[in-house]
Design a binder for this molecule. Structure first.
Ligand code: 26V
Length: 745
């Protein structure tokens, strides 16, 4: 890396703006990487994902290259603060957890020296930018390439054509280096050609509430899947000839949710049409090549494609899927399955293709993303398939990269770990479990680190949101996509109840606290948007009440994204993970917070279960109904109105939606929220996420935390125990498991 440093020394920075410097320095780094791109191995793994939530590459890549500190120094000598590059946009080619997981996985594989290659779409516009106006979400297009994209290399020579029945499109690869022990690549395809062709890679997740939107989404899925499969089959033929029996020996493909499942049919199409394989042979090759990860059990999120839609633009693919359905039916019959069981597992049903069923049938391995989630797949969503094909199913608990989520975002804590447990943990093959048993001696240093990270966070919030938070406040944070099942709505009620209790003095000695929210709502998700407005109404009530504002504050940050998370996560004391038990597949924010020394206040859901298993229940705050209890409520006729009748505080909180306490500007959205809890709607029962069932125990957990925090050292120890036991949640561990049990690389 000496070369890079020398070139950087020579760089003339006079009168250059941050963007020009950013581009020039990034280009120097790319130059130094050129000879380091690793050649593919004999056997490679491919990650097919319609989303990659990369965040900023600049600091991370310099860190991976080992030149972050020297760059900081050299720039300082030129009078430039390295933080100026924080104005550079995130690459937000994903919505949330699923896309960020893909980015963490690529990072870990490179760090471990494993040949894992990503395939995806190079959207022109990533996830919208969010602004709050009058407490409401406004969406702005995310033109992330506005200042250029120095971390991608266009591969003009490797473009290929993808055909639809009505038109064809050129898929042009852009390679992004993923730096570690190996330098792997993430290959994103850009759609080029006619105007309708170009549209395919224009927007991340186009609104799919219209027929046109659905069609575009299907085109996106086929577009990148077909480009990837076209490339891999051609490479195989060039290297090993036209016999594809050995294809699964050299290639293993991981399907990140069902979006790329159409790749299975595309592989069969190419093998039969272009390489002379029999259908049966092609099916076997496909089965041996693919694996599928499920990321949700929410019925509305499980993809089903209308047969007529697929037929219209991909008639051959539709034929293949129908044939697979017949083969599946025959096999299941022969295995003695009942009609009902076959209907439940069917690939084709009610005029649609059930993509999850196709994925399960056509994959060698099927995995959930946390232990509890995998159990729910085996006993719930895929129970029949699990009975017939038990060996396919396995668990791969998610993880997050400790490089971005500890070393980069919290160098102060990383230093403390170095001092206490040695520096060896920084290696991908190692971890910081040596901290275990040593936490007692460093609570003071840890508290200092936490205070510093809070100061940095509060400064950032003051700058971006115009809200000042006094130093020393206890920080509770709930940052994640906005969805009813994640229950930000429940946190809003809990805060309102704390406010009421502070006002009527039924709680005293409340340790001054701030609640930080960060969340984007899907643009067309009306209820989620109403919840954002409601939280902001509570925020302005609380923040503007001189009687409480020195004890309680509420901040909803704008445009929560990866870079914002890198500020919030280290500066948080309490991680709020309060989904209805059984609905959050894993969560990965929970892991980032744990790694940075926040205790979890949460339900027994997703990876929270494993977090408390590792860090100890006594070091976290678990509340609310378990999966079994929720099941019982579902079957026992849960009545939220009975809860309201009994609990005056809850009643006051819920009534605040309609009693004039707050205004929704006459839109009726607060009344609709109120009804969702008390009467339900045509498509759901009242309070379908059991908010009122868990609210009381939630408020009690928040209060218990508040009391414990006041005790200082005891609480800092709990936080540190979480750090010490978080090694398991490093995606390095997760990727090692995928490599050993599924990919065999
Ligand atoms: C998508 C949709 C789209 C339609 C409306 C409702 C809805 C609800 C949920 C989803 C999520 C789709 C898949 C996903 O992003 N799952 C997330 O994957 C993460 C990585 O495994 C995991 O940590 C999160 O718990 C899980 O929600």
């Amino acid at each position: 890396m000496k070369k890079f440093e020398e070139e950087l020394q020579k760089l003339n920075a006079d009168n250059k703006d941050a963007i020009t410097l950013y581009r020039e320095i990034s280009e120097l780094a790319m130059e130094s990487l050129r000879e380091r791109i690793s050649p593919p191995a004999e056997r490679n793994a491919y990650y097919l994902s319609i989303e990659y939530l990369l965040g900023r590459s600049f600091y991370n890549n310099l860190m991976e290259l080992g030149v972050l500190d020297s760059t900081k120094r050299i720039l300082a000598e030129k009078g430039i603060d390295i933080n100026v590059f924080e104005e550079i946009e995130d690459a937000a080619l994903g919505n949330g957890g699923l896309g960020r997981l893909a980015a963490c996985f690529l990072d870990s594989a490179a760090a471990l020296g494993l040949p894992l290659y990503g395939y995806g779409i190079r959207y022109k516009y990533g996830l919208f930018k969010q602004k709050l106006e009058d407490g409401r979400q406004i969406e702005l297009p995310d033109d992330w390439q506005r200042y250029g994209d120095p971390w991608s290399v266009r591969r003009e020579n490797e473009k290929r054509v993808v055909e639809f029945a009505d038109f064809s499109v050129t898929a042009v690869p852009y390679d992004i280096p993923v730096i570690g022990k190996r330098v792997n690549t993430l290959r994103l395809f850009q759609a080029e050609g006619s105007d309708e062709a170009k549209k395919i890679s224009e927007w991340l997740y186009p609104p799919d509430d219209t027929e046109e939107g659905k069609l575009l989404r299907l085109r996106q899925e086929y577009f990148f899947s077909a480009a990837a499969i076209g490339e891999l089959t051609e490479r195989h033929a060039a290297r090993y000839g036209k016999n594809f029996d050995a294809f699964p020996q050299h290639n293993t493909l991981q399907l990140n949710d069902t979006h790329p499942v159409i790749a299975v049919a595309e592989l069969i199409r190419l093998l039969t049409e272009k390489y002379g394989a029999s259908f049966k042979n092609a099916v076997n090759i496909a089965k041996a090549s693919f694996n599928y990860t499920n990321h949700t059990v929410l019925p509305e999120a499980l993809e089903c494609w209308n047969e007529s839609l697929v037929k219209k633009i991909l008639p051959k693919i539709a034929d293949i899927i129908e044939r697979l359905n017949k083969i599946q039916e025959k096999e299941l019959k022969a295995l003695g399955c009942t009609k009902e069981e076959i209907a439940d597992m069917a690939i084709y049903r009610n005029g649609t293709f059930a993509m999850a069923n196709l994925a399960v049938y056509m994959s060698s391995a099927v995995n959930g993303v946390a232990a509890l989630h995998t159990e729910i797949l085996k006993n719930g969503l895929f129970r029949n398939a699990y009975r017939v094909f038990p060996d396919k199913f396995r668990n791969k608990t998610n993880g997050v990269t400790k490089r971005r989520w500890l070393m980069l975002c919290n160098p102060e804590l990383a230093d403390l770990i170095d001092k206490t447990a040695g520096k060896g943990w920084r290696d991908a093959d190692s971890d910081y479990s040596a901290l275990i048993g040593k936490t007692d001696g460093i609570t003071k240093e840890f508290t200092e680190v936490k205070s510093e990270k809070k100061r940095q966070l509060f400064n950032h919030i003051a700058k971006h949101e115009g809200i000042t938070i006094p130093n020393g406040f206890l920080v509770y944070a709930q940052v994640k996509r906005l969805h009813e099942y994640k229950r930000q709505f429940m946190t809003a009620f809990a805060i309102y109840e704390l406010y009421v209790m502070l006002k009527n003095k039924s709680i005293t000695n409340f340790y001054p606290s701030v609640f930080i929210f960060g969340a984007k709502s899907a643009p067309s998700y009306r209820r989620a948007k109403a919840i954002i407005k409601f939280i902001n109404e509570i925020a302005s009530l609380v923040n503007n009440d001189p009687e409480v504002s020195d004890k309680l504050k509420v901040v909803f940050v704008q445009n929560y994204n990866v870079s914002y998370a890198e500020k919030i996560v280290p500066g948080t004391d309490v991680s709020l993970q309060v989904s209805t038990a059984g609905l959050e597949a894993s969560g990965t924010g929970n892991m980032k917070f744990m790694m940075n020394g926040a205790v979890t206040c949460g339900t027994m859901d997703g990876a929270n279960v494993e977090i408390v298993e590792h860090a100890g229940r006594e070091n976290n705050y678990i509340f609310g109904a378990t999966v079994q209890e929720i099941e019982a409520l579902k079957n026992g006729g849960y009545n939220p109105n009975a809860v309201l009748a009994e609990n005056e505080l809850h009643r006051k909180a819920v009534e605040s939606l309609v009693d004039g306490s707050f205004s929704d500007g006459g839109t009726g959205e607060f009344k609709e929220l109120y009804n969702s809890l008390t009467v339900g709607a045509s498509w759901h029962k009242p309070d379908q996420y059991y908010i009122l069932n868990d609210l009381e125990s939630y408020v009690n957990a928040l209060l218990a935390i508040n009391r414990d925090y006041a005790e200082g050292k005891v609480f800092a120890r709990k936080q540190l125990e979480n750090v010490a036991r978080s090694s398991y949640f490093s995606s390095d561990r997760t990727i090692k498991e995928y490599a050993q049990d599924i990919w065999h690389i």
